[in-house]
Ligand binder design. Structure first.
Ligand code: HEC
Ligand code: HEC
Ligand code: HEC
Ligand code: HEC
Ligand code: HEC
Length: 302
C-alpha cells in the first residue's frame, strides 16, 4: 500500500517535474505575439533589404489575410463548415482547436502546429471582428498579418522535405537553408547557412501549392492544386521550367513571387492567335480565336 502511494506520487508529481527541462524547449506558443516572436525575421531586413521589401508586398507576408478573401473564408470555414458538420466536435467558434484549423494552416500557417489552442482562439476573435470602418479593416489585417509565411518558413522550418536524407531543421540551432553554404553568416541568431538541395526546385513550393485533397486529415480539405497540375499537366508534356524560374527569375521579381495581379505575369499567361476570315458576298466574317495557356499549370487556382 505504502509502495503504491509512493509510486503514484512519483508518477503523478515527481516524474512530470523531472521531465520538464526536456520539454521546455518545445513548449507551445500561447499567443499570437508569442508565436510571431518565435518566427521573428525583422533582423533579415537590415542586410537583405530588397528581398525583405519584395516579400513584404507578397501574398506570403499575409497568408491568413490574403486579399481579404482568405480571412473571410476562414470565417465561413468555421460557420458554414466545422459548425455544421455533425462529427467535427465544433458547435460554436469557441470549440475550434488547432487540430481543426490545420486543414487550412497546413499551408497558410504551418507553424500553427507549434501553438496551443489559445492561439487559434485569438485568431478567430480577430477574424470574426466586425469591420465597420477603414481603421477596423486595417487593424484586422495588421493583427492577422503578424503571422505569415516568412524567411524562417522557407529558409528553415519548411526548407527540407526529405528529412531522412537532409535532416531536421528544428533540431539544428541557428541554421538557415539557402542556395549555397555560408559558414559564417552575419545574423546574430542564424549564424550559418547550409546549401539546400531543393531551394531551386518546385517541390519546395509544392508542399503548400498542393496536389489535391489533403488525405492526411480526418476531414480532407482542398485548396491550392497548382503543384498537381504542374506535375501531371506541364512536366508530363515536356515542360521544363520550375516555379522559381517563372515566378522569381523570369521578370526579376524575386521574393514578390507574383501571379496574375502582376501585368508581366498576366501577359505571359496566355498566347492568343486571332484569325479573321471575311466573306463579303455573304456578309459574313468568321473569327477564330485560339488561346493557349503558357503558365506551368492550370489557372485559376486556390
Ligand atoms: C548582418 C547582416 C545580415 C543579416 C542580419 C542577415 N544576413 Fe543573410 N546574408 C548576409 C550576407 C553578407 C550573406 C552572403 C554571405 C556570403 O556570401 O558569404 C548572406 C547570405 C544569406 C543566405 C544565403 C544566400 C543564398 O544564396 O542562398 C540566406 C538564405 C540568408 N542570408 C538569409 C537570411 C535570413 C533569413 C536572415 C534573417 C533571419 C538573414 N539572412 C540575416 C548578411 C546578413
Ligand atoms: C494544400 C495547401 C493549402 C490548404 C490545405 C489550404 N490552402 Fe488556401 N491557398 C493555398 C495556396 C498556396 C493559395 C494561393 C495560391 C493559389 O491561388 O493557388 C491559397 C489560396 C486561398 C484563397 C484565395 C486567396 C485570395 O485572396 O485570392 C483562399 C480564400 C484560401 N486559400 C482559403 C483557405 C482556407 C479557408 C483553407 C482551409 C479550409 C485553405 N485555404 C486550405 C494553400 C492551401
Ligand atoms: C515562399 C518561400 C520564401 C520566402 C518566404 C523567402 N524566401 Fe528567400 N528564397 C526562396 C527561394 C526558393 C530562393 C532561391 C531562388 C533560386 O535561386 O532558385 C530564395 C533565395 C534567397 C536568397 C539568395 C538569393 C538572392 O536573391 O540573394 C536570400 C539571401 C534569401 N532568399 C533571403 C530571404 C529573406 C531575407 C526572406 C524574408 C524576407 C526570404 N528569403 C523569404 C524562398 C523564399
Ligand atoms: C509554407 C507554404 C508555402 C510555401 C512553401 C510556398 N507558398 Fe506560395 N503561397 C502560400 C499561400 C498560403 C499563399 C496564399 C496566401 C493568400 O492569398 O491567402 C501563397 C501564394 C502564392 C502565390 C500567389 C501570389 C498572388 O499574388 O496571387 C504565388 C505565385 C506563390 N505563392 C508562389 C510560390 C512559389 C514560387 C513558392 C516556392 C518558391 C511558394 N509559393 C512557396 C503558401 C506557400
Ligand atoms: C512556365 C512558367 C510557370 C511555371 C513553371 C509555374 N508558373 Fe505559376 N504562373 C505562371 C503564370 C504566367 C501565372 C499567371 C497566370 C494567371 O494566374 O493569370 C501563374 C500563376 C500562378 C498562381 C496564381 C494562380 C491563380 O489563378 O490563383 C500561383 C499560385 C502559381 N502560379 C504558383 C506556381 C507554383 C507553385 C509553381 C510550381 C509548382 C508554378 N506556379 C509554376 C507561370 C508559371
Amino acid at each position: 500500500m505504502r509502495f503504491l502511494k509512493f509510486f503514484l506520487v512519483f508518477v503523478c508529481f515527481i516524474l512530470p517535474l523531472l521531465c520538464q527541462p526536456v520539454s521546455a524547449g518545445t513548449k507551445k506558443a500561447k499567443s499570437i505575439d508569442e508565436l510571431a516572436a518565435r518566427y521573428d525575421c525583422s533582423s533579415c531586413k537590415e542586410c537583405h533589404e530588397e528581398i525583405y521589401e519584395q516579400w513584404e508586398k507578397s501574398m506570403h507576408s499575409r497568408s491568413l489575410f490574403g486579399t481579404g478573401r482568405t480571412a473571410a473564408t476562414i470565417v465561413t470555414t468555421i460557420t458554414k463548415g466545422l459548425m455544421t458538420w455533425p462529427y467535427s466536435g465544433v458547435k460554436k467558434p469557441k470549440d475550434v482547436k488547432v487540430k481543426h484549423f490545420m486543414m487550412c494552416a497546413k499551408c497558410h500557417l504551418p507553424q500553427l502546429a507549434e501553438a496551443e489552442d489559445s492561439v487559434i482562439q485569438e485568431i478567430i476573435k480577430i477574424a470574426f471582428m466586425k469591420v465597420r470602418t477603414k481603421a477596423d479593416f486595417h487593424k484586422r489585417r495588421e493583427i492577422l498579418s503578424k503571422l505569415n509565411i516568412n524567411c524562417l518558413i522557407c529558409h528553415r522550418r519548411n526548407a527540407i522535405v526529405h528529412k531522412w536524407v537532409d535532416g531536421y531543421p528544428e533540431k539544428e540551432k541557428g541554421v538557415l537553408y539557402g542556395t549555397r553554404d555560408v559558414e559564417e553568416h552575419e545574423d546574430e541568431v542564424y549564424t550559418r547557412v547550409k546549401k539546400n538541395p531543393i531551394m531551386g526546385e518546385s517541390i519546395l513550393c509544392g508542399q503548400c501549392h498542393g496536389l489535391g485533397p489533403n488525405f492526411e486529415f480526418d476531414n480532407p480539405s482542398q485548396c491550392a492544386s497548382a503543384y498537381g497540375s504542374y506535375l501531371f499537366n506541364y512536366i508530363s508534356r515536356g515542360g521544363s521550367e520550375t516555379c522559381q524560374s517563372c515566378h522569381m527569375k523570369k521578370f526579376h521579381k524575386g521574393h514578390l513571387m507574383p501571379a496574375y495581379r502582376d501585368i508581366d505575369m498576366a501577359k505571359a499567361a496566355v498566347e492568343m492567335d486571332v484569325d479573321v476570315a471575311s466573306y463579303p458576298a455573304h456578309k459574313l466574317a468568321m473569327v477564330e480565336v485560339k488561346m493557349t495557356n503558357k503558365a506551368g499549370h492550370n489557372f485559376p487556382d486556390g
